[in-house]
Design a protein around this ligand. Sequence first.
Ligand code: ADP
Length: 399
Amino acid sequence: MKILVLNAGSSSLKFKLFESQKLKLIASGLIERIGEEKSNAKVDIFNSSKAKRIEQKIKIKDHRQAIDLMSKILVDSKYLKSLSELSAIGHRVVHGGELFKEPVLIKENVINAIKELTPLAPLHNPVNLTGIELAIEQAPNIPQIAVFDTAFHQTIPVAAYLYALPYKLYEKNKIRRYGFHGSSHSFVAKQAARHLDKNLEDINIISLHLGAGASVAAIRAGKSIDTSMGMTPLEGLIMGTRSGDLDPAIVFYLNRELGLSTAEIDELLNKQSGLKGITGNNDMRAIIEMAQHGEQRSKIAIEMFTYRVKKYIASYMAALGHTDIIIFTGGIGENSALIRELSSKGLEELGITLDQDKNLNINNGITEIQSNNSKIKILVIPTNEELEIATQTLQIITK
Ligand code: ADP
């Protein structure tokens, strides 16, 4: 049993190869800057003793070349004779709209549906589809499964997913909240239940995925009931380069007073805002370092970032009614004690009290960082979206 997980981004291809029902990781790769002069391929091959890293800096002109390179590296490493030997390929697809509430076996109609959903995710769905089509070309006889970022949030009730716009915009154009990071929120929620030896059905969780993209999910009895990202991944928390929540009238102002086109405003809000907009840098690690050296804008950015996280925690406590667990995950959530501390500070009256020492001493696995008198458990859990996609792929092919 071998399952490959593919995540095709606009200029990148991430992949992981898993083996056996236990889904042991055998290879993990990232090909970046596809289409640029100097692309970068990094693949780690794990065997029982130690990992081997293969690195190549060559021009990779498109995703076809990237997939060819991936196959070649996997075949050269002798784990595979060809992609056709795989049991299945699981694909990350960003937008499944209202059509996909679960992962599906990819057939012609699924490809067409993903295409039709392109207006909702113009940057993501087309390149996800390219990945799917190239993988089918290389391995036409094995099952290919689509796992959607939005699917986990399809349980959100109507009052939380509708925007207060003319109702026909929902009916006709499907404008509503969808939410993203589904594989991550679902993975860490299950991990939390297992760690605490509880049934997922018996616990309520607020999951904070804080990475370059960031989102919060309110999870009741294993089901998402609200999330901070909206119709697109632009809404909600402050992110690396995305603004998150803002007054929509700012968009009219930018157009009317500054003469920016919709494409320019799109670029401004998605690529030039967030941490980058405030500090000039989208990397939280660098921002924290700058703040420690007294740089004012970095200090403000950290305050803004964590202030918004706190507002979401409190509002999702209201949405859930009762909260058992708060989870920190994603590059920032897993690695920054400072951001975890500031994001929980002042929430003691709500039953959230962090233990400073535990917060500073995180291990590789799951770490509990609440103090003994905290009503709510606070967990740091490394996310693993690819493993979640592999798990869901395995479920489909063994069903
Ligand atoms: P992506 O959403 O692209 O998967 P990640 O989850 O890897 O992104 O998160 C990337 C973010 O995590 C970056 O802002 C990076 O600076 C931040 N990060 C990684 N390590 C640390 C750290 N030790 N302290 C603070 N931030 C960190």
